[in-house]
Design a protein around this ligand. Structure first.
Ligand SMILES: C[S@@+](CC[C@H](N)C(=O)[O-])C[C@H]1O[C@@H](n2cnc3c(N)ncnc32)[C@H](O)[C@@H]1O
Length: 396
């Protein structure tokens, strides 16, 4: 079931009286309104070539059709385009064996569509992920809900370019494109990229992933030569989905069943009993940790929730997680993590690797290339071509 939305039935006049532009400066997380659409347009349309006021009625009738008359249908289009699996499930479960390593770069753009299964399974949490603050009111499901239920839209939906494309659209594609460009959404690690890194940079049988990365690491693992995965996350539904994915692979009588130990627990609190259970057993550790406050997940004992100050987060989440990894790793086993600096934190990689250097020996650095996100609101790492770093270390 996609996030609960109550579709409304009301007259066109009522719709217009409520149709408003959200306040982009709102920092309360409560989707405050700036202005009703009509006075908003009266205020911003100053150029004689700007015809938005003349087209007000056509535009609002079109929006009324999308958000009221055909609300269920337009919403189905959203589900189809951004959540549904449009290929048979096997296509998402069994990956091409050719890795995506090109020189020193893992090309995460190759087979990026494979991330859809993770998004499909976790869409509720995925599209509810906020950026930088739990008061963010630009996350996808929040914006979706106020749009259908209150007719409050982001100003970008009424900017000249999108005003025209929504008005002239023959289907819902342009509408949802305009909507999605204004939404914050988290990233998904391409399962094929995880598989490629595991295959090219690591060897052995036992893998530890101290976060689940929306379950995509597990798909990479299932396709690799590793046999046993130990993994933990703090979002209950992600952990449930890990068990579901295990069952999906177990149903296939033609492949050897693999062991997945999935924990619902903060990695930094796994502690003595975990270490005792897996001490010196792990051949490889591979993950992309939370980037401190870049993505704010609202479920479970999130590292950011437990350690809201950056220095404390580095000490209590990152350092302790790496120490736990070191305890369970075999001698000379390798650990890799994918990170990048991000808007507001230019020293993230330096801070994270400083701590890693105090525990492990650095072996190599690769890049991972992701698809660039369009739009001026894309984080800095995107503007720079969206390359992230894969740091590889080994235990002494
Ligand atoms: C999706 S991944 C990495 C995302 C990506 N690297 C980024 O932040 O841009 C982050 C995952 O870490 C999990 N997580 C957060 N705190 C954790 C903790 N203390 N222990 C284990 N997992 C945690 C989150 O629930 C989430 O599933």
């Amino acid at each position: 079931m996609v996030t609960q939305i109550e579709f409304r039935k009301c007259s066109y006049e009522q719709f217009c009286s409520e149709l408003s532009i959200l306040d982009i400066g709102d920092k309360t997380g409560t989707f405050q309104v700036k202005q009703n659409l009509k006075p908003f347009l009266l205020r911003v349309c100053r150029n004689p070539n700007d015809l938005r006021l003349d087209l007000y009625e056509d535009y609002t009738k079109k929006l009324y059709e999308i958000l009221v008359t055909n609300a269920e249908e337009s919403f189905d289009y959203f589900v189809d385009k951004y959540i549904s699996l449009n290929k048979p499930i096997e296509k998402y479960l069994y990956l091409t064996k050719k890795t995506s390593l090109e020189g020193k770069v893992f090309n995460g753009q190759k087979n990026a569509w494979l991330g859809r299964l993770s998004k499909n399974l976790n869409h509720e949490q995925f599209y509810s992920t906020k950026k930088y603050s739990d008061k963010d009111s630009e996350y996808t499901y929040g914006l979706l809900k106020v749009m259908y239920e209150k007719f409050h839209i982001r100003n970008s939906m009424a900017c000249p370019a999108f005003f025209d494309s929504i008005l002239n659209a023959q289907n819902y594609a342009a509408f949802w494109k305009a909507f999605m460009l204004g939404c914050n959404k988290p990233s998904i690690f391409n399962p094929h990229t995880y598989y490629s890194i595991l295959t090219e940079c690591f060897s052995g049988e036992v893998l530890f992933a101290p976060v689940m990365g929306w379950n995509s690491y597990q798909i990479g693992f299932q396709n690799s030569s590793f046999k046993h995965m130990i993994t933990t996350d703090v979002i209950p539904s992600v952990v449930d989905n890990s068990r579901l994915i295990t069952r999906l692979y177990d149903q296939n009588p033609f492949i050897e069943a693999k062991q997945v130990d999935a924990y619902l627990y903060p990695s930094e609190k796994l502690g003595i009993s975990f270490i005792h259970e897996y001490q010196n057993m792990v051949d490889a550790v591979l993950f992309s940790p939370p980037y401190f406050n870049l993505e704010v997940y609202d479920s479970g004992e999130q590292s950011l929730k437990n350690y809201p100050s950056y220095s404390e987060w580095l000490e209590c989440y990152w350092k302790v997680t790496l120490q736990t990894c070191a305890e369970v790793m075999k001698r000379k086993a390798k650990i890799g993590f994918v990170i990048s600096n991000y808007r507001g934190n230019d020293s993230f990689c330096a801070d994270m690797t400083d701590i890693a250097n105090s525990i492990f020996v650095q072996q190599d650095v690769y890049s991972v290339k992701w698809a660039a996100q369009r739009g001026s609101r894309a984080p800095k790492k995107q503007a720079q071509g969206n390359l992230e770093n894969l740091y590889i270390y080994s235990k002494i």
